[in-house]
Design a protein around this ligand. Structure first.
Ligand code: GLC
Ligand code: GLC
Length: 652
């Protein structure tokens, strides 16, 4: 093995020596500015080259024209670097000097659909003040690229990575906005939809028209022989719309691999030209001022017969290759992994050489699980075992996003607690669709699979937490309970290790919006119930402190302000503690001299934590809740009201 490593190192070095002069020549005319620019590029190339070479060799080394592809990739990267705007190069230096900048407690994310939030990019400018009031430093705009008319899977079927959907704006507007956001301390986050393009992308259109080179960009088959063999091991992601992962394309007469919708054609990454082309799209986006790319459906990018074609080693190598190219040509760019898969697999994407950030789907799902059961056992054990990640990386903690909720906890974790994982998932689905007697939730089922009985859940934070049903019943007690649940979850999102990510609309308690049912392009996809148009009218005349929207907004912005003042909340990690009470989730956050104990009561009735339990955390007896600034110092344990949470600092 180490002989092999040495061989690869030597081989990498020799190859670089051969390629450097050509790449340099391709970069452009020789003047002083250019020399300086080249220097930085060459330095980073030398730093990341071996890693890039190693993964590309494993992925594509068998290609007869492997060296040609390497050269093309480097030439492309050097040209993109030459194009990179000065302010971003400046940012590159800053971030290199402070690579953990995103671990600050000041980081707070928001995500929105431009068309639903402000109609278009021009309109978004008017809301920068709003983002600043909320304290956002990270803004993810849901996919806004050119897409097919009608159903485009919420923008995830991209027809052109360099064009913005004309209804939303232009690429020039996007890069101008990126700069303005940056000047306001907000990093722009976009999707990198790398697993598939729409069937209207120019590559797909050429493939359809019979161009064999472009047919190699996708996975196209003359008949069902191979698709049938692959299919035996694949799961259906969208069983409602189509069974199986292949779609017949009448124009080319071929079967096309389509993991998601029929109009989303999976790219063939076994073809090095696809890697180069997509790496170029990635750098193009980085140069528009995008600071974080969300790697969409990253688990699905590599296929191998006889496997489920998810999370294959090559899918990881691909991420590493994209990461190395980014480090060389757009070094401040970060990746965020979107792998909504088994928790062990989620963690494998998180690494400084892969994705520095990742959604935390396990925390998300288990917060909902704990809210339904009023018990935190599964949440506790999972967070105890599975929250730790590489110290240079960070979780992105969220409660709701544009997608459904899937119950991705580990079966073994559940079984160790005497919970039958299958039955428990069935229960959670029944609970969140409101079928379970006594449930407070108003969710909708998503993608029922009759073969497996699986389904997932759609719905907004407020509707799933019981606000919709409570408002309908006009029951003040139920309304308070729902408000309590919403605030409880938000407090955890804002205090757990990682970057909190707010799904815009949730800051004022957005309810389910059922109007999607009358739009034929949306009616078949219940996720639209929680992708509602921002009701600015409703919000603007909210000045009354008794109005729920006002309360939600103010409580949340208050918590965000507090978070930003508490250094203990920075950094990725948190220590889950045993509170000795199955209804109370507790964890300690610590940085330098500050320690905080965060406690959260998941039941509607008062709960306590015994003094012995607290003694295991600290010998301190005086606890001050930083939220209410009240001191609880009786030395006889702690008592929490129903759904109460507290961020406690402690001393003697
Ligand atoms: C991701 C997106 C989801 C989309 C899918 C296909 O999972 O979050 O909305 O349907 O990818 O692109
Ligand atoms: C599956 C995929 C995930 C995607 C989701 C869309 O769970 O793993 O990537 O977001 O489907 O519903």
């Amino acid at each position: 093995m180490s002989d092999n490593n040495d061989w690869i190192s030597r081989h990498a070095e020799k190859t670089l020596m051969r390629l450097l002069p050509r790449v340099r020549a391709a970069m452009g005319p020789m003047d002083a500015r250019y020399d300086q620019m080249w220097e930085g590029f060459e330095q980073r190339l030398r730093q990341h080259w071996e890693r890039l070479f190693r993964v590309l060799l494993q992925l594509y080394g068998w290609q007869y024209d492997f060296f040609y592809h390497l050269e093309q990739i480097l030439v492309m990267a050097s040209r993109r670097w030459a194009d990179r705007p000065e302010y971003l190069k400046e940012l590159d230096w800053q971030r290199q000097a402070d690579p953990r900048w995103f671990q600050s407690q000041e980081m707070v994310g928001g995500v929105l659909y431009v068309d639903l939030f402000s109609r278009n990019l021009a309109g978004l400018h008017d809301h920068i003040a709003y983002f600043k009031t909320m304290g956002l430093t990270y803004l993810h705009l849901m996919p806004l690229f050119a897409v097919p008319h009608g159903n485009s899977d919420g923008g995830y079927a991209v027809s052109d990575y360099r064009a913005i959907n004309a209804d939303i704006g232009t690429m020039e507007e996007l890069s101008a906005l990126a700069r303005i956001l940056h000047d306001n301390g907000i990093s722009l986050v976009l999707d990198f939809v790398l697993n598939h393009t729409s069937d209207e992308h120019i590559w797909a259109r050429r493939a359809r028209g019979g161009d064999v080179d472009f047919q190699e960009y996708y996975l196209m088959f003359d008949d069902r022989t191979l698709p049938d063999q692959y299919q035996q091991h694949l799961r259906d992601i969208f069983p409602d719309s189509r069974r199986g992962c292949f779609t017949f394309d009448p124009e080319s007469g071929k079967w096309v691999w389509t993991t998601f919708n029929s109009f989303q054609w999976d790219l063939n990454y076994a073809n090095p030209s696809v890697f180069r082309a997509m790496a170029e799209e990635m750098l193009f986006l980085a140069n528009q001022g995008v600071q974080v790319l969300r790697l969409d459906a990253v688990a699905f990018t590599w296929k191998r017969l006889g496997t489920d074609c998810e999370n294959l080693p090559e899918a990881h190598m691909l991420v590493e290759a994209f990461n190395a190219v980014a480090k060389i040509a757009a070094p401040s760019l970060l990746f965020k992994s979107e792998a909504i898969v088994h928790p062990d697999e989620v963690i494998r994407y998180i690494h400084p050489d892969k994705c520095q950030l990742s959604y935390n789907p396990l925390l998300m799902a288990l917060l909902w699980e704990a809210l339904a059961t009023r018990e935190v056992r599964l949440l506790n054990s999972a967070m105890w075992k599975r929250a730790r990640i590489h110290p240079e990386c960070a979780w992105v903690n969220y409660l709701r996003c544009h997608d459904d909720i899937g119950w991705t906890f580990d079966d073994q974790d559940a079984m160790e607690l005497g919970i039958n994982p299958h039955d428990h998932r069935q229960f959670l689905n029944r609970f969140y669709t409101g079928e379970f007697p006594g449930s407070f939730a108003r969710g909708l089922p998503f993608q029922y699979n009759p073969d497996t009985g699986d389904r997932r859940i759609s719905g907004t934070l407020a509707s799933l937490a019981g606000l919709e049903a409570a408002l309908e019943k006009e029951d003040a007690g139920l309304i308070e309970a729902a408000v309590g649940r919403i605030n409880l979850l938000r407090s955890i999102m804002l205090s757990a290790g990682g970057i909190p990510l707010i799904y815009l609309g949730d800051e004022w308690g957005m309810l389910n919006d059922y109007t999607y049912l009358s739009d034929p392009a949306k009616a078949g996809d219940s996720r639209w119930v929680h992708r509602a148009r921002q009701r600015w009218e409703a919000r603007n005349d909210v000045t009354d402190a008794e109005v729920l929207e006002w309360r939600f907004f103010n409580e949340m912005t208050g918590l965000i302000r507090l978070r930003k003042q508490l250094p203990a909340l920075q950094n990725g990690n948190m220590e889950v503690i045993d509170t000795g009470n199955i209804h109370v989730f507790g964890f300690v956050r610590e940085f330098e001299n500050q320690k905080l104990l965060i406690v959260n009561n998941f039941s509607e009735t008062p709960q306590s934590i015994a003094q012995e339990q607290l003694n295991a955390v600290t010998s301190a007896t005086r606890f001050t809740d930083r939220i209410t600034e009240t001191t609880i110092s009786n030395g006889k344990g702690l008592r929490l009201e129903g759904y109460q949470f507290a961020w406690l600092s402690f001393g003697h």
